[in-house]
Every structure is written in structure tokens, then in C-alpha cells.
Design a protein around this ligand. Structure first.
Ligand code: ZN
Length: 350
């Protein structure tokens, strides 16, 4: 099942230009009504596989070069938390099969995925052994499914990220490792972000960087330090929300007015008014690319329109660009001479 074919792999594609990896499956499937906020366990893989496949295809249609198997939070600890640990292997194998089918159909890369375990404790060796075992089983299934590489992501502890990297390297697969940065711009054990990324690159990650938690405005300032610290391609996959220095993460965002929210805060189910528009995503893409980022994507909250905007900002025309806006043909705001001047004159009253 490994890629004995001559398709360009991740490193070939990175050498030729930036790579786009669409993420945000969990949030998008939650919005669509197929996944529960809170646990965020992707049972949808088994319950509604057609929805997962459709979203894979939507993201590729919009410009993603990578189909990431939906195994985020499909690890032993999370499935135990929802009383479904018996489904662990079926869920992982199914998620990988769904991703592989779309990747093969669309000539894109298939990525396995492991993530923060919520078990790892740097002060407790037993939890580190548990974490290692959780990564080993998931990476093993990804390798058997023929993954082109494995993404290890959303790690707040650099130590946990290094463990993930070690397991992926032992499986002889390229590793993309990204850290999740909270309100303080450091890892949970207190390392600087450039230092953590440098250690990951030195330990053999082929791409290092950041994903999730921070929006474009508060992730962008952290990228330059990483780029200077490493000699491997750098990744940036922010959440598409309007974070700012006072509220730098999507968990810390607050409504200015007293709007009824179940938990007093917008995260995770009332973030809609903070969502970046596609032009903000394009702006981030250009800025990050100009800074030297070579592996670009978006995390929780992203939709296909964001991914298309990212692709177009890099000068591409994915299939979805056939439907990118053309306001010259709008009935009221348009400029096309075939339009009724009667309606165009009325545009200021809309
Ligand atoms: Zn995310």
C-alpha cells in the first residue's frame, strides 16, 4: 500500500512551491450537525462516512493538496471518555480508508494524523508511556493504510510533540509537527516557540510550525522567529477567527456586549461573529508566504471558501475558482452593459 507509484511526495511538492493542507474537519462537521461539540470525537467517520468523504472532496475542490485522515481525537483516551473504546481500530482504519480513496481519486497526498492526548504529563513517566502507546497504534494504522506522511498536531507540550515525532520516524514516515500556542507565546513546559521548533527540526521533523488556537493576526507575529530558528519548511494553520493581542486565542475571545451565551463565552459554538472573511484569509496567506511559510492551511472554523481564498492568494486556480465571485454581473451592483440600468441606478437604495 505504500507509495511505490511515482506521485510526487510531500518533500517534492514543498520543493516545487507551497503546500496547502485544509483542516478544520471537526468544527465544520459539528456545524453541519454530524459531530458533538465538547467531546469533539469524530464518531462521524463510522456513523456518516459519506459526510467525511464529501468534506474531503470539498477541501480538495477548494485547493487543498493534502487529504488529512479524520483521526484527530480518535485516540484511546478520547474514545474511552465517550465510552466507545471498542471502536478505536475500526474508526481509525475507516478514517484512513476514506482519506485514501479521495487522495487517490484527486492525485493529492494522504496524511495520517495524531494529536494532543490530554494524557501527557512531563512530570509523570507513566503518562508518557501511555502517550507513546497511543501514538504507536495510530501511526501503525496510518502506515498500513499507505499514508504519505503523518501530521502530529495541536501539541501544547513540546515534549509530547517530540514523542509523536519519534513514533512517526520509527514508522519511517515523514512527520509534520505543529504546536498549539495559548495566551502565552511559549510551550506548556515553558520553552520558547522558536526553541521548541528548532528541537523538533533537529529531531527530524520535515515540517515544523503552528496550528489551531490562534487566529491569523496573533499567529503571524510568531512565525518569523520560527523561520529564523529552523532550516526546514515552516507550517502555519491558524483558526480563521479575529483574535487580537488582548484576546489572542479563540478560547479567550469575548463578546463586547451582553449576548446570551451558554457558557458566557463564544468558544466553541458561538464564534460565528468573529469569523474571518475570505479576504482576511487571503491577506494572511500573502503575509505568511512573504515571511517564508511554505506549508499553509487553516484549522478549526475553516470552510471551503477560506481554503479557496488561500489557494487563490498563492496564485492558484483550484476547481472551485470557476465559481469565485464576479460582481460585474450582479443585477444591481454590476457594471456589465447587458444589465438593466434601471436596476443599477437603484443600487444605492439596497
Ligand atoms: Zn484546530
Amino acid at each position: 500500500m505504500t507509495s511505490s507509484d511515482q506521485r510526487p511526495g510531500l518533500l517534492d511538492r514543498l520543493a516545487a512551491g507551497p503546500v496547502i493542507c485544509a483542516e478544520g474537519y471537526v468544527f465544520e462537521l459539528e456545524r453541519r450537525g454530524y459531530l458533538q461539540a465538547g467531546p469533539f470525537v469524530p464518531e462521524v467517520v463510522l456513523d456518516h462516512p459519506e459526510q467525511v468523504s464529501a468534506l474531503h472532496r470539498d477541501f480538495v475542490h477548494a485547493g487543498s493538496d493534502v487529504v488529512e485522515a479524520l483521526t484527530y481525537y480518535a485516540h484511546r483516551e478520547k474514545l474511552r471518555a465517550v465510552g466507545k473504546d471498542g471502536l478505536l481500530e475500526d474508526l481509525n482504519r475507516q478514517a484512513l480508508a476514506l482519506a485514501r480513496e479521495v487522495a487517490q481519486d484527486t492525485d493529492t497526498l494522504i496524511a495520517g494524523n495524531i494529536c494532543n492526548t490530554n494524557v501527557y504529563d512531563p512530570a509523570d513517566v507513566t503518562t508518557q508511556q501511555q502517550t507513546r502507546a497511543m501514538f504507536e497504534e495510530q501511526v501503525g494504522w496510518a502506515a498500513e493504510a499507505g499514508a504519505d506522511f503523518v501530521i502530529g498536531e495541536t501539541f501544547r507540550y513540546a515534549g509530547e510533540a517530540l514523542l509523536a515525532l519519534d513514533i512517526i520516524r520509527r514508522a519511517e514516515l515523514p512527520a509534520v509537527i505543529t504546536l498549539a500556542v495559548g495566551r502565552r507565546a511559549e510551550t506548556r513546559e515553558g520553552w520558547t516557540i522558536p526553541d521548541a521548533c528548532a528541537r523538533l527540526a533537529a529531531a527530524g521533523a520535515v515540517v515544523v510550525g503552528l496550528n489551531c488556537i490562534r487566529g491569523p493576526a496573533t499567529m503571524l507575529p510568531l512565525l518569523e522567529g520560527i523561520i529564523h530558528a529552523v532550516d526546514v519548511p515552516v507550517a502555519a494553520l491558524p483558526v480563521p477567527y479575529r483574535t487580537h493581542p488582548e484576546q489572542p486565542t479563540f478560547q479567550s475571545l469575548r463578546e463586547a456586549e451582553a449576548i446570551p451565551l451558554p457558557d458566557g463565552k463564544p468558544f466553541p459554538t458561538a464564534l460565528d461573529p468573529f469569523t474571518c472573511n475570505r479576504y482576511e484569509v487571503a491577506d494572511f496567506t500573502r503575509s505568511a508566504h512573504d515571511a517564508g511559510v511554505r506549508y499553509l492551511g487553516l484549522c478549526c472554523g475553516a470552510g471551503p471558501h477560506h481554503v479557496r481564498s488561500m489557494a487563490e492568494a498563492l496564485g492558484r486556480r483550484p476547481p472551485a475558482s470557476r465559481y469565485s465571485e464576479d460582481m460585474s454581473k450582479h443585477a444591481f451592483f454590476g457594471t456589465d452593459p447587458v444589465l438593466s440600468s434601471h436596476n443599477r441606478a437603484y443600487s444605492q437604495h439596497l
